[in-house]
Structure formats: C-alpha cells, structure tokens
Design a binder for this molecule. Structure first.
Ligand code: PMT
Length: 404
C-alpha cells in the first residue's frame, strides 16, 4: 500500500496563518484575554489586539504586545485608517471581554472609538464573549442588545456561571480562553461535512463484577470528543455516545451517556438506524465481561478467579447490517502492529481504521496529542505527533478524499 505523511493534508492546524482581530473592552476579565492572545499565537494565528481606553485600566498594552508579538492598537487617531485596514486583513474578530457598553455600541451602530469602528467595517465572523455582573447580564436591555447582535450573525460564547469579580455569584463570567479558541476554530472551519450525520463513540465501557467493581480501561474520551467537536465545526450533525468521562459535554452535539458495552451497542444501533452516514468508533470498548455479575458485593475471601466471556462486537453488528454507514474504526495496539490493524479492518468490514500504537510517547490514552496511521483500502497516512483535534481533522480529510 502506498504511504503518505499527513503534512499534505489541508485542514491541519486550522488557525495557522489565520488573522484574528482581538478586541478587548474594559472588564476585569481583560487579564484572561492575555492568555487568549497567547493561545491563539501558539496555534500559529497572527493576532492583532485593539483595546478600548477602559480596557487599559485592567490589563496593559505591553502584556498584549508580548502575547501577540504585534503592536497593540487603541486610538482611532494613532494610525488614521486602522479601523479599515485592521478588519480588512482579519479572518475573524473576537471581542473578549465584551462589556455591556461595547455590546450596546455594536448593537446600535455607535462608532466613537477604534473597536466600535472596526466592528462596523469588518465583514467576517464576529464572536463576542460577554463579561459583567449577573444583574447587568440579566437586564432585558442587555439581552435585547445581544439578541440584536445574534440576528446580525454575531456569535456568542459564554458567559459562564460562578464567582464574579464583585463578590457575587451568578451568570456573567467570561468564557475561559480555551472555550473561546474553540469558538474561533469553529468559526474558521470550512463546512465540508455539512449533510453528514456522524455518530461517534468515545471513552471506555465498564463491565461489572458486582455493584461496586468493574473491568474497564484507561480511555479518557479525549480522542472521541475531539472527533465530535471537529465534525460539528465542519458542519456535520453529530451524535456523541460516550462511556464515563470527566470531559465536559461538547456544545452543539447530541450527547448520549452510557456505561456498559451493551448500553453502547444499544445506543449505536439506535443512532445508526436513525440514518447515520458515518460511524466513528473511537471508544475503547471492553472486550471481556464477567460471565456472572454478582448482585451483592463479592466478599474479599482468599482469592477470586474470574470467568470472562467476549463482549458483543459493536462494529461487526453495524457492518453486517443491510443499511450501513461509512465505518471508521480505531485499533489500539501495543507496538508497531499496523498490519494487525489492517487485518482488523477487513475482518470487521470497516471502511477505514486508525491504527494507534498506545506505547508511543504522547500517543494513545489520556493525553491531548496522538500519533496514528490512517489505513483504508487505497493507502496509509502517517500523521506524526499532533493534537487530537488535528488528528480528527486528518481523519475527516481522508474520509472526504475517499468519498469524492
Ligand atoms: O480516550 P483517549 O484517552 O483519548 O484514548 C484514545 C484511544 C486510545 C482510546 C483511541 O485512540 C483508540 O484507539 N480507540 C479504540 C480502542 C480499541 O478498543 O481498540 P480495539 O483494537 O480493541 O478495537 C478495534 C475497534 O473495534 C475499535 O474501533 C473498537 O471501538 C471496536 N470494538 C471493540 C470491542 C467491541 N466489543 N466492540 C467494538 O466495536
């Protein structure tokens, strides 16, 4: 089979070389936006920061200059045409924190400073991350302004709920930088999976010995959740079927939580029957289940011999059905056993398999990166070590190549 490296694939590092205009208005959360600027530059985006005068009371231009590696803009008159030239080169505009005042200006078309004029002259995706006291956020006037922005196509991320700077608790905390980066990635994604109905499994399953003990594995769900976010960002309708995981449920996907292999089988069968076009089995499904599950907690005693039987194979159950989706499986192996993965693909009648040597440093279980080989009937692609989000992009890129 011909081998290729993933560096040719176009969607890797979605923010690389993209230009982000980061507006910072005067809220106490402005300091968090320094981290946002740093995260965006870490993703190889170019970041240009526009601060309002009030923002400078909360964070310094120097901090943003250091984080963005670019000069920071603030006045309409420092550089006469900055309100046209900065938006013209930006692919996306993010305003974080977006105060009630800035939201009101945007909603009413006021243009009395650099940030509000940039907003009016910008023609791409705008994301606002509101940040204010909960009573302000709850005020119908603020809500009306946000609704007006939403109907003008402005996306909103957050606010979250929790302790606020004023000492009160409630909804008004600016979304965390990681969440805002995710919103930027979504805004800049080509919607080339639109029309696809993608079912993704993630995390481990558990097989119980008794009411308190189970057999499971080290899967965190990170790979499957990255696939779900990526498919959603690229326009697919996504159902995420997840075993137990500490990860937050991704917004904008249908989420089904399961625990055992038979629950996962039931949920997959039902989701596929509803007309899935693609099934991605990233879950680390338990291969064995105790033959007998004790109704009561098993006493410690002197020792215990377990009798196990194989669990029902979910992939095979779907691939042998008459109306089957495109099936992408994973193969977690310990060592360079790509040929075993290829064999698994044929035996389980999958269309593609992602070979994952979980002994490779930075790959496999419970890490944010992975290194895989994508195998299908036409060839093999080595990804090299990259984020799980980028691996997810590489997998869907290959799916689209095959489908074309
Ligand atoms: O969750 P993370 O911490 O991010 O870790 C990611 C991962 C290592 C779990 C993931 O990348 C991965 O490799 N998942 C598949 C693990 C696995 O179960 O591999 P397998 O070789 O045992 O199974 C092959 C395929 O059959 C898999 O797609 C599996 O989902 C499926 N299977 C397995 C058993 C079973 N009863 N039914 C199945 O459908």
């Amino acid at each position: 089979m011909p081998k290729r490296r993933a560096k040719n694939l176009k969607n890797l590092k979605r923010l690389k070389n993209r230009c982000i205009l980061l507006g910072v208005s005067g809220g106490v959360a402005a300091y968090k936006s320094v981290e946002l600027a740093r995260r965006l530059t870490d993703e190889e985006a170019s970041v240009f920061v526009v601060m309002t005068e009030a923002a400078k009371q909360f964070a310094t231009p120097l901090s943003f200059e250091t984080a963005s590696h670019n000069r920071v803009y603030s006045s309409l008159f420092d550089e006469p045409m900055a309100h046209i030239s900065l938006p013209a080169k930006a692919d996306c505009m993010v305003v974080a924190p977006a105060t009630a005042n800035t939201i009101a200006k945007f909603a009413h078309g006021l243009a009395d400073d650099l940030l509000s004029t940039c907003f009016l002259s910008f023609r791409g995706n705008v994301i606002v991350a509101p940040s204010m006291n909960w009573k302000m956020y709850d005020n119908p006037v603020v809500r009306r302004n946000l609704d007006a922005l939403a109907s003008a196509g402005v996306a909103q991320v957050g606010p979250g709920s929790g302790a606020l700077a004023c000492g009160e608790e409630g909804v008004g905390r600016m979304a965390e930088p990681a969440e805002i980066v995710e919103a930027v990635r979504a805004a800049l994604s080509e919607k080339n999976l639109s029309g696809e109905r993608v079912v993704i499994t993630a995390g481990p399953t558990r097989e119980y010995l008794d009411p308190v003990r189970f057999i499971s594995n080290r899967s965190s769900g990170k790979m499957g959740y990255a696939l779900a976010r990526t498919a959603r960002d690229r326009g697919a309708e996504v159902t995420l079927i997840s075993g137990p995981s500490f990860l937050g449920k991704p917004a904008g996907v249908a989420y089904i939580g399961v625990e055992t292999t038979s629950e996962m089988l039931g949920a997959v069968t039902e989701a596929v029957a509803k007309g899935a076009t693609v099934l991605v089995m990233a879950a680390a499904v338990a291969d064995f289940s105790p033959v007998r599950e004790s109704r009561l907690k098993i006493e410690k005693g002197r020792g215990l011999t377990l009798k196990l039987s194989p669990t029902k194979d979910i992939v095979t159950s779907v691939s042998s059905s008459r109306k089957r989706p495109f099936i992408i499986g994973f193969a977690a192996e310990t060592g360079s056993r790509a040929d075993r993965a290829a064999k698994k693909m044929k035996e389980k009648k999958m269309d593609m398999i992602v070979f994952n040597d979980v002994t490779e440093p930075g790959a496999g279980f419970d890490v944010d990166t992975n290194k895989v080989e994508i195998i299908d009937r036409r060839g093999r692609i080595h990804t090299g070590l990259m984020s799980k989000d980028d691996v997810a992009d590489a997998i869907f890129d290959r799916f689209l190549e095959i489908k074309a």
